[in-house]
Design a protein around this ligand. Sequence first.
Ligand code: G3P
Length: 177
Amino acid sequence: MQIYLDTANVKEIQEGANLGLIDGVTTNPSLVAKEGRSFKEMLLEICKMVDGPISAEVVGVESEAMIKEGRDLAKVHKNIVVKVPLIPEGLRATKKLAAEGIRVNVTLCFSPTQALLAAKAGAWCVSPFIGRLDDKGVDGMELIRDIRRVYDNYGFATNILAASIRSPEHVRQAALA
Ligand code: G3P
C-alpha cells in the first residue's frame, strides 16, 4: 500500500517527505490555485522533494486539449502522472496518452463501471472519491471494494488510489480492501 499526500503546498509536502513515509503526491487545479504560483515551477519543486508519482491535472475538457496538456506536463519530470477527469473526452485522452507511455490518473470516479472504463482505456491508476460519496449518503468505501473485485476479476493492472479520504477509518478500510 502506498501513501500519497493530496496537496500542492510545498511546506506540507516537505513535512510529509521528512517522515520518509510518503510515496507520492496528488494535486488538482483547486489545490494548485490555492498556492497562487506557477504550476510547472511548483511541480518541479514537488518532484525534487518526493521521489514518486506526482499527479498533475489537466484543465481542458476536450480530448485534444487534454492530450496536448498531458504531453506538456509529462515533460516536466519523469515522475509526473497526468490526471484527467473521468468523462468520455477524458477516456479518449487516456487511451492516447497511455499508448504514448504516459501514466494517467483517471480522477473523479464514482462507480465501479466508470472504473472499469478507466482501466480499459489504459489508466495507470483510478481515483474514486470516497468522502464525496459519503457526503451524499452513499458508502464510499463500498466503491473501493467493488473496484478491487472488478479489477481482480479481469486482471486489470490499474492501481486504485482511494481519494477524498477524510478519516483514519477510510485508510483502515482501504488498506483492508
Ligand atoms: O483528490 C481529491 C480530493 O482533493 C478531494 O478531496 O476532501 O475535497 O473531497 P475532498
